[in-house]
Design a protein around this ligand. Sequence first.
Ligand code: SF4
Ligand code: SF4
Ligand code: SF4
Length: 194
Amino acid sequence: MLAERINDLLPQTQCTKCGYEGCAPYAQAIATGQAPINRCPPGGDQGIAALAKLLKTDTLPLDETCGQHLPLQVAVIDEQYCIGCTLCIQACPVDAIVGASKLMHTVLADHCTGCDLCVAPCPVDCIEMVTVSPVRVWTSGDAHASRQRFEARNARLSRPAHEPKKQETTQQIGDAVAQALAKARARRAAAATR
Ligand code: SF4
Ligand code: SF4
Ligand code: SF4
């Protein structure tokens, strides 16, 4: 199906900068001729060229009203100000933030797509987007991994709360939280001794 082939070429950050709810709805809009191919800032010129090739059409310059094509960004939480409201977790489409209610939250940098959807909901403005160091671009491998996390999250959210799997997921999240908090404490301790 054409929309699926188009979606395969999109970066899968689910950032909504194209003006659609995610990559798949944008792909559907392109496939049905309702959207041009130049509305995806994370994909940039390379992404537009790939879409143009698939659709046998001319390339276009990126529509920068949707945003600029930037090197990969990552969200960083200033943990000393985090109040543990969980709003950023709810906003993150790929489960890249761990934490629990009233506890400090942390970004799993390897999972972060740089979509910046967690920034606006934070009531204390303690999330900042920074350029990944060393600087690098988003790859098709990143897109594949991001899509898997996005789909796993959707599957989890659509499961009835009483399903046995929930127990396992809660345990996994608990482990991830414990690991992330331990890392954060170690970072803070290292910073304090500098
Ligand atoms: S990555 Fe591109 S296609 Fe996907 S939601 Fe963001 S702007 Fe839209
Ligand atoms: S942590 Fe923030 S910037 Fe990173 S993927 Fe999640 S919502 Fe997007
Ligand atoms: S939205 Fe901000 S204050 Fe709330 S948990 Fe996330 S980082 Fe902490």
